[in-house]
Each structure stands twice: as structure tokens, then as C-alpha cells.
Write a protein that binds this ligand. Structure first.
Ligand code: HEC
Ligand code: HEC
Ligand code: HEC
Ligand code: HEC
Ligand code: HEC
Ligand code: HEC
Ligand code: HEC
Ligand code: HEC
Ligand code: HEC
Ligand code: HEC
Length: 323
């Protein structure tokens, strides 16, 4: 029995107690309102203030409707309709995005008196969207993402009024949306062995967060902090009594190309022995640091290394991954 397991046994009753108290607290309604406020959206601004002079510049979405009826009717069917429920005028309805409209209305539709997205840089429009979405879990890393730093903005992928997709206001569905800019990813997924993204089985979004993650390549991690691959390939996670070191240190992409490959099992090289021998060179025993090379010879019968070393991702029974 591992020390870890014993610790679990000692603490489990305490954890259970805490859970029960937690549930009781929630049932009394002590926890819920807080949770609801954080989960729905960061769109909720700090409590509504008393009307200020700026507030009086807000006219409300119904007023916009009088002249922009068609836009209003379309918009009313989008998730942004929910902003009309916000008590804070600056976060409410059309003006939550377009800013206060009184002067625009007084000017009979003066375009210089309203925030027009087209007239602003991607950085500016994204910042505007982030006034409400910035603290949302999915978008919180946007500012530091590869997309933001390459001048890709929210409106390259989303459109509040002219979305082509019923979900998430996307201008195009995945993966086509992504292929429009990522030609090499498109080529990878067309290779004979690939994750079935084009077939709709999994999405780019399963492994990446297009809004950035703070990790390299905008790759997602599990809540536990583990590599995203374990979400679906649970059996590779272990922990194993005998770990194959590179799986844990260098990660899955030290042997696999995650998008697609001309080699079976998405391997980086076509012959398994060539893959293994990239690291397990015979003379690496002599060079400091490198993993041990196989002592057995390299005659034909040894070339399909995984015939014998078949639990290559780690094993609980064999230090050389036989079973
Ligand atoms: C979530 C932010 C957001 C909200 C809320 C919003 N708009 Fe827009 N609006 C935009 C963006 C962004 C554009 C630029 C076009 C696009 O990407 O859809 C735009 C464009 C427009 C245009 C230019 C014409 C066009 O079709 O592109 C008008 C007019 C307009 N909005 C009016 C309104 C009215 C009226 C409302 C309320 C019913 C509203 N907007 C609510 C973000 C918003
Ligand atoms: C009195 C009528 C009227 C009202 C009320 C009104 N607008 Fe307008 N709006 C116009 C006219 C007219 C234009 C100019 C259209 C043009 O020149 O193409 C315009 C243009 C706009 C544009 C720029 C469209 C573009 O072509 O880029 C936006 C955005 C906009 N309105 C948003 C709003 C919002 C938000 C409200 C509510 C706060 C609102 N409007 C209320 C009449 C109105
Ligand atoms: C490179 C394309 C891309 C960019 C840029 C982008 N998004 Fe998204 N966004 C997506 C895709 C794809 C989804 C759908 C994800 C899914 O299926 O869960 C999505 C989903 C969302 C959602 C709904 C999902 C959720 O739970 O949060 C919101 C809200 C959103 N994006 C806001 C934004 C905002 C705000 C910006 C700019 C700061 C932005 N996006 C920039 C591609 C993009
Ligand atoms: C005034 C606050 C506010 C602003 C500004 C705002 N949003 Fe939103 N957005 C919301 C709210 C509220 C929702 C609905 C969230 C929900 O359903 O829980 C929403 C929903 C969305 C969704 C759809 C989420 C889904 O699950 O389908 C997308 C995509 C999105 N917003 C993108 C944008 C983009 C792009 C901008 C900038 C042009 C923007 N938003 C600006 C408040 C805002
Ligand atoms: C408007 C063009 C555009 C669209 C659409 C787009 N991207 Fe990107 N993406 C870029 C640019 C530009 C970069 C930064 C340069 C690069 O690394 O290719 C980038 C970077 C990335 C990166 C990080 C690459 C790295 O080297 O760090 C990932 C992952 C990514 N995009 C995934 C996606 C996904 C998934 C989608 C679809 C939901 C998408 N992109 C849609 C333009 C786009
Ligand atoms: C099975 C998980 C997975 C899926 C699905 C996936 N990616 Fe990736 N992607 C990765 C990983 C992991 C990396 C990092 C590879 C590395 O650094 O060796 C990566 C790297 C990238 C890069 C950086 C450049 C490159 O090619 O290495 C881009 C751009 C990218 N992915 C875009 C996409 C797009 C677009 C889609 C959907 C069409 C997609 N990815 C689907 C896991 C995935
Ligand atoms: C969203 C779920 C999901 C995620 C995340 C995921 N995979 Fe997969 N993977 C699959 C599915 C489903 C298959 C089954 C094969 C197919 O598509 O036909 C597969 C197949 C594979 C295969 C080939 C198996 C074979 O028999 O040919 C390899 C290798 C692989 N994945 C590696 C990875 C790596 C590495 C990552 C992380 C970068 C990853 N996967 C992330 C779902 C996922
Ligand atoms: C040291 C190299 C190496 C690393 C690192 C590695 N793999 Fe593999 N993987 C292989 C080899 C070799 C095969 C083919 C085995 C065979 O042909 O029997 C394989 C096969 C697979 C398969 C298909 C067969 C099966 O066992 O299900 C999946 C799925 C897979 N790997 C996922 C992953 C994931 C996920 C990671 C990261 C956690 C990973 N691999 C890391 C070498 C590696
Ligand atoms: C990315 C480098 C890398 C690749 C590729 C790789 N290994 Fe390893 N392997 C290691 C490291 C590092 C160790 C840790 C043991 C050490 O330091 O000697 C190890 C350990 C082993 C061990 C256990 C050795 C022992 O004495 O306990 C075996 C068996 C093994 N690898 C077989 C394989 C086979 C078979 C392949 C090809 C499918 C392979 N390895 C691919 C790096 C790699
Ligand atoms: C016919 C079965 C078989 C094949 C095929 C095979 N091995 Fe082995 N391998 C063994 C045996 C048996 C051992 C010794 C196990 C022990 O010490 O208990 C071993 C041990 C190892 C070790 C640990 C160091 C050592 O020599 O004791 C490494 C590393 C290794 N093999 C790598 C490889 C690589 C790389 C390949 C493919 C080029 C390969 N093996 C092919 C049976 C095989």
C-alpha cells in the first residue's frame, strides 16, 4: 500500500464532514447567490450606482429599436438579450456595447456620436468585449494569448449581429473557421492517421482554447493541471509503478504528432525502432544523462520493439514495460 493511499484513508472522514457542512450551507442559501453571480457571467458590474450625469446619456434598447428594428429583432434572439436584465445602464442592452446613445438619437442617428466597432482597432474592440467577458474562465487569458498578440480579435471569430452559427455567435463553424488561417493544421488533419476533427468526432477546441490558456500553443490543461490528452486517454495517465520517463517529462508529443501523421498511431517516425533509438542509443550508456540503450542486439526479431515492450506508456508490473 502506498503512503498516498494511507493519507487518503486518514483524511477521508474529514473531507466527508466538510462536504456535508458545505451542502447544508448551500441548502440554506448562504452559498448559492455568490456562486450564481460568478458562474453566470462577469457581465454583472459592481452594484448599480445612483444615476449620475453619464447615466442619463443612456436611453435603453427600446429606444434604439424605434429606428433599428431589424437589428433589434435579430439581436433579441441572441444570448446578448440577457444584458437587458442587467440593472446597470452601462452594461445593458445595445448600449452595453455601443455606449450611451442619447446624443446619437438627438442627432437623428449621428454616426459620430455612437461607438461604431468598424472604426476601432482589433485591440480596442476586444478590450470592449472583455469589459464583460474578461473574468469569464474561458476568456481570462485572452490578453496574453497568441491570438491577441498576433492582432486576432474577438470579431475575427464572433459577430454579435451577423453570426453564421447558431452556437456561440461564431462567424463560421469549427474547424473551417480555424483552417481559414491555419493552413498547416488543415494539412495535418488530412493525413491518413489523424484525430477525427474533420469527421466531427472531436474539435480543435477540445485540445486548445482559442482564447488562450497561459500555456504554450494555447493548449488546454485539465483542472488537475495535467496534459489535455488524459481527458480522453485516461489509461495513459497512471500513476504507474514503472513510469516511462518521457511520457511524464516531455509529454505525449515527444513520440506522437497530436494532429495527424502519415504513420500509424500518430507516431512521429514510421518505424517504431527508429523512434525508440532516437533516445535509446547504444552508446548513450557512456554519455552522461541519456537513457540506457537496449543490451540486446538489433537483429530483425528485435526491431518491433513494442512487440515485447508493449506497455510503452508505463506499467505496474514490469520495469521494462512487458505487461
Ligand atoms: C455584444 C455587443 C453588441 C451589442 C449588445 C449590440 N451590438 Fe450592435 N454591433 C456590435 C458589433 C461588434 C458590430 C459590428 C458588426 C458585427 O460584428 O456584427 C455592431 C454593429 C451594429 C450596427 C451597424 C450595422 C450592422 O449591421 O453591422 C448597428 C446599427 C448596431 N450594431 C446596432 C445595435 C443595436 C440597435 C443593438 C441593440 C438591439 C446592438 N447593436 C447591440 C456589437 C453589439
Ligand atoms: C432616431 C432614430 C435612431 C435611433 C433612436 C437610434 N439610431 Fe442608430 N442610427 C440611426 C441612423 C439614421 C443611423 C445612420 C445610418 C447610416 O448612416 O447608415 C444610425 C447609425 C447607427 C450606428 C452605426 C451604423 C453603421 O453604419 O456603422 C450604430 C452602431 C447605431 N446607430 C446604434 C444605435 C444604438 C445602439 C441606438 C440606441 C442607443 C440607436 N442607434 C438609436 C438612427 C437611430
Ligand atoms: C480564434 C477564434 C476566436 C477568437 C479570437 C475569440 N473566440 Fe470566443 N469562441 C471561439 C470558439 C471556437 C468558441 C466555441 C467554443 C466551444 O465550442 O465551446 C468560442 C466561444 C466563446 C464564448 C462562449 C463560450 C464560453 O463559455 O465562454 C464566449 C463568451 C466568447 N467566445 C467570447 C469571446 C470574446 C469576448 C473574445 C475576444 C476577447 C473571443 N471570444 C475571441 C473562438 C474565438
Ligand atoms: C454588457 C456586457 C457584455 C458585453 C460588452 C459583451 N458581452 Fe457577450 N455576453 C454577455 C452576456 C450577459 C452573455 C450571455 C451569457 C450567458 O448566456 O450566460 C453574452 C454572451 C456572449 C456569447 C455567447 C455565449 C454562448 O454561450 O453562446 C458570445 C460569443 C459573446 N457574448 C461574445 C461577445 C463579443 C464578441 C463581444 C464584443 C463585441 C461581447 N460579447 C460583448 C455580455 C456582454
Ligand atoms: C483570423 C485568423 C485566425 C483564425 C480564424 C484562427 N487563428 Fe489561431 N492563430 C492565428 C495567428 C495569426 C496566430 C499566431 C501565429 C501562429 O502561431 O500561427 C495563431 C495562433 C494559434 C495557436 C498557437 C500557435 C502557437 O504557435 O503558439 C493556436 C493553438 C491556434 N491559433 C488555434 C486556433 C484555433 C483552434 C482556431 C479556431 C477556433 C483558430 N486558431 C483560428 C490566426 C487565426
Ligand atoms: C488532440 C488534441 C489536439 C487537437 C484536436 C488539435 N490540436 Fe492543435 N495542437 C495540439 C498540441 C498538443 C499542439 C502542440 C504540439 C507541439 O508543441 O509539439 C498543437 C499545436 C497547434 C498549433 C501550433 C503549430 C503546430 O502545428 O504545431 C496550431 C496552430 C494548432 N495546434 C491549431 C489547431 C487547429 C486549428 C485545430 C483544429 C483544426 C487543432 N489544433 C486541433 C493538440 C491538438
Ligand atoms: C476529446 C478527446 C481526445 C483528446 C483530448 C485526445 N484524444 Fe487522442 N484520440 C481520441 C479518439 C476518440 C481517438 C480514436 C481514434 C479515432 O479517431 O479513430 C484517439 C486516437 C489517438 C491516437 C491513435 C490511436 C490509434 O489507435 O491509432 C493517439 C496516438 C492519440 N489519440 C494521442 C493523443 C494525444 C497525444 C493527445 C493530446 C495531445 C490526445 N490524443 C488527445 C480522442 C482524444
Ligand atoms: C516514448 C514514446 C511515447 C510517448 C511519450 C507516448 N506514446 Fe503513445 N504510443 C507510443 C507507441 C510506440 C505506440 C504504438 C504502440 C503499438 O504499436 O503497440 C503508442 C500508442 C498510443 C496509442 C494507441 C494505442 C494504445 O495504446 O491505446 C494512444 C492512444 C497513445 N499512444 C496515446 C498517448 C498519450 C495520450 C501520450 C501522452 C500521455 C502518449 N501516447 C505518449 C509511444 C509513446
Ligand atoms: C524521448 C526519449 C525516449 C523515447 C522516444 C523512448 N524512450 Fe524509453 N526511456 C527514456 C528514458 C529517459 C527512460 C528512463 C530510463 C533511463 O534513464 O535509462 C526510458 C526507459 C525505458 C525502459 C526501461 C529501462 C530500464 O532499465 O528500466 C525501456 C524498456 C524503454 N525505455 C523502452 C523504450 C522503447 C521500446 C521505446 C520505443 C517505443 C522507447 N523506450 C522510446 C526515453 C525515451
Ligand atoms: C523479442 C523481445 C524484445 C524486443 C523485440 C525488444 N526487446 Fe528490449 N528487452 C527485451 C528483454 C528480454 C529485455 C531485458 C529485460 C530484463 O532485464 O528483465 C529488454 C530490455 C530492454 C531495455 C532495458 C535495458 C536493458 O537492455 O536491459 C531497453 C532500453 C530496451 N529493451 C529497448 C528496446 C528497444 C529500443 C527495442 C527495439 C529496437 C527493443 N527493446 C526490442 C526484449 C525485447
Amino acid at each position: 500500500m502506498t503512503p498516498n493511499f494511507q493519507v487518503t484513508r486518514v483524511f477521508l472522514p474529514w473531507v466527508l464532514c466538510l462536504l456535508i457542512f458545505g451542502i447544508v450551507g448551500t441548502a440554506r442559501g448562504e452559498v448559492r447567490p455568490q456562486a450564481a453571480a460568478t458562474s453566470t457571467q462577469s457581465a454583472n458590474p459592481p452594484a448599480a450606482n445612483a444615476p449620475s450625469s453619464a447615466t442619463s446619456k443612456y436611453v435603453g434598447a427600446e429606444t434604439c429599436k424605434t429606428c433599428h428594428e431589424e437589428i433589434y429583432n435579430g439581436w433579441e434572439k441572441t444570448p446578448h438579450w440577457k444584458t437587458t436584465q442587467n440593472k446597470e445602464p452601462s452594461h445593458q442592452g445595445c448600449e452595453g456595447c455601443h455606449g450611451p446613445g442619447a446624443d446619437h438619437v438627438a442627432g437623428g442617428g449621428d454616426k459620430t456620436k455612437i461607438y461604431v466597432f468598424e472604426n476601432h482597432s482589433r485591440q480596442q474592440t476586444s478590450a470592449r468585449c472583455l469589459t464583460c467577458h474578461g473574468e469569464g474562465r474561458e476568456q481570462s487569458h485572452f490578453a496574453e494569448s497568441a491570438h491577441a498578440s498576433s492582432d486576432v480579435g474577438c470579431l475575427d471569430c464572433h459577430s454579435p449581429h451577423h453570426a453564421k452559427e447558431s452556437q456561440h455567435l461564431l462567424v463560421q463553424s469549427q474547424p473551417q473557421l480555424c483552417y481559414g488561417c491555419h493552413v498547416s493544421a488543415k494539412a495535418d488533419f488530412a493525413k491518413p492517421f489523424h484525430h477525427r476533427v474533420n469527421e466531427g468526432l472531436i474539435q480543435c477546441n477540445d485540445c486548445h482554447n482559442p482564447h488562450g490558456t497561459g500555456l504554450i500553443r494555447q493548449v488546454r490543461a485539465l483542472p488537475s493541471g495535467d496534459f489535455v490528452c488524459y481527458k480522453c486517454h485516461v489509461d495513459k495517465q497512471g500513476p504507474f509503478v514503472y513510469e516511462h520517463v518521457p511520457v511524464k517529462t516531455e509529454g505525449c508529443s515527444s513520440c506522437h504528432t497530436p494532429h495527424g501523421s502519415t504513420n500509424p498511431r500518430l507516431l512521429k517516425v514510421s518505424l517504431v525502432n527508429m523512434l525508440c533509438l532516437q533516445c535509446h542509443t547504444f552508446n548513450s550508456n557512456l554519455t552522461a544523462g541519456g537513457p540506457i540503450g537496449p543490451a540486446h542486439n538489433q537483429s530483425a526479431k528485435y526491431q518491433a520493439c513494442t512487440m515485447c515492450h508493449n506497455q510503452i506508456h508505463g506499467s505496474n508490473f514490469s520495469s521494462v514495460f512487458f505487461k
